[in-house]
Unconditional design. Structure first.
Length: 193
């Protein structure tokens, strides 16, 4: 259930800036939210083995609908599914990364997941924009210009993914540590201060 709430937060972090006529410059909860969602996708105990695939499909459906809404209603462009294939594959890949790497999270794994998700988005999506779009010439200089123009978006995506993943994975670990300390102090009848 918490994974779907995080997915909703990720979607809202993409939609709300446009609803209030603000620009978010790629500062969203999407990367960290997908890592968290993926970490919660594994079938557990007696759960059916098809459940992770169904969870991934449901997340993709929500994100595809979000892309449609943003493209058509927030940006006012025609929606061309082929233009989003790389992005949709990236959504699935980040969920699978979270499922594998972060099913047993540690600080190092969260950092690796953050770097991998933000950097892969920067590399893949901007390459696809250069290769398939008309904004930049199809030359090495055009590719370089495309990546240079995307650096502010990459920076914001990296920071927002780190903040989101840090909160989603770090706060429960911190809470567990506090509870463990309180139990140990109570067990030993020691004052906390």
């Amino acid at each position: 259930m918490s994974a779907y709430l995080v997915l909703l937060l990720a979607v809202l972090s993409r939609i709300l800036p446009h609803a209030f006529h603000e620009v978010n410059w790629n500062f969203t909860a999407l990367g960290g939210g997908l890592l968290f969602f993926g970490s919660r996708m594994k079938a557990s105990g007696s759960a059916p083995s098809w459940r992770p695939a169904a969870r991934l499909a449901s997340a993709l459906a929500v994100l595809i609908a979000t892309d449609y809404y943003l493209t058509v209603f927030a940006f006012g462009y025609a929606f061309h599914p082929a233009a989003y294939l790389v992005t949709w594959i990236w959504y699935a890949a980040v969920c699978l990364l979270g499922m594998g790497l972060l099913s047993k999270p540690s600080a190092l794994r969260v950092i690796a997941g953050v770097l991998a998700s933000a950097t892969s988005f920067f590399v893949l999506v901007d390459f696809a924009l250069w290769a398939n779009g008309g904004m930049y010439p199809h030359t090495l200089a055009g590719l370089e210009a495309c990546y240079i123009a995307a650096i502010p978006f990459y920076r914001n995506d990296l920071v927002s993914t780190a903040v989101t993943a840090g909160a989603l994975f770090g706060l429960p670990a911190l809470a567990a540590k506090i509870v463990e300390t309180l139990r140990a102090a109570q067990h030993n009848n020691q004052p906390l201060a």
